[in-house]
Design a protein around this ligand. Sequence first.
Ligand SMILES: Cc1cc2nc3c(=O)[nH]c(=O)nc-3n(C[C@H](O)[C@H](O)[C@H](O)COP(=O)(O)O)c2cc1C
Length: 180
Amino acid sequence: MKRALVLYWSATGNTEKCAYSIRTGLTDAGWQAELQKMGAEDSQDVEFYDYDLICVGAPSYNWTAPKPVDAYLRRKFQEYKARGEVVPGAPKRPGKQALIFCTYSGPHTGMNEAIPAGKYMGQFFEHLGFTIADEWYILSEFVGDEANSTLGRMGDIRGLPSGADLARLRTAAKNLADRL
Ligand SMILES: Cc1cc2nc3c(=O)[nH]c(=O)nc-3n(C[C@H](O)[C@H](O)[C@H](O)COP(=O)(O)O)c2cc1C
């Protein structure tokens, strides 16, 4: 049975909802899928290479990764580097894939506020030989900030991700797992 890890961080719940939907989609495809919150006590012990697919999710904060996410990924990266796993050319490890998902509100410049965060997170895994299978950017309410949830470039985004958005994510995760 193929194994996936949904590794995420979330402060106001949007990314967490997405993580749950992605996990459900992966299990729909017959995969064994685990959830792990970055920074949780046991998250430092995760062995990335134990998984066929790692789904890495976080919100965009100031168009980059939030500090706890950055700290977690950097610390893990140092661990792999010390083990000699980071080598020039970053050769691909057969069968090792990563999916990046990033929630954002885009009040100022839209999805461009999320892409740098997604690319940044992906680099940790590409450096370890994972292939980036896809990057998903999910428009989400700026919880607790009405102006940024109603007056921004993306319009009224209150209540996002919607049930329909989450159902689409579930299907997309199943489809991704089916093609890997
Ligand atoms: C401190 C902070 C900074 C944020 N900065 C941005 C930003 O630069 N661009 C953006 O599109 N959204 C930004 N957001 C909105 C979040 O990316 C969005 O609401 C996200 O879905 C929150 O995820 P969470 O509910 O999983 O914590 C910010 C939110 C917070 C709390």
